[in-house]
Design a protein around this ligand. Structure first.
Ligand code: ZN
Length: 59
């Protein structure tokens, strides 16, 4: 998908984003707002859980 996005008027709307799990590197997805996930997300591969309000891991 786009290399850079989310720099427009979408900042206040949670977006579904994919990112790599910090633990195992598998793709997981969560709703993100202002660089933080808005609700708990869990990695399907390893079970790693990210709490709401955690910063999105950037690669
Ligand atoms: Zn994982």
């Amino acid at each position: 998908m786009a290399v850079m996005d989310g720099c427009e008027a979408k900042k206040r709307t949670p977006e579904l984003r994919e990112f790599s799990c910090p633990e195992c590197g598998e793709l997981m997805e969560a709703f993100v707002k202002e660089g933080k996930i808005v609700e708990e997300a869990k990695c399907d591969a390893c079970g790693y859980k990210m709490e709401a309000d955690s910063p999105v891991p950037e690669k």
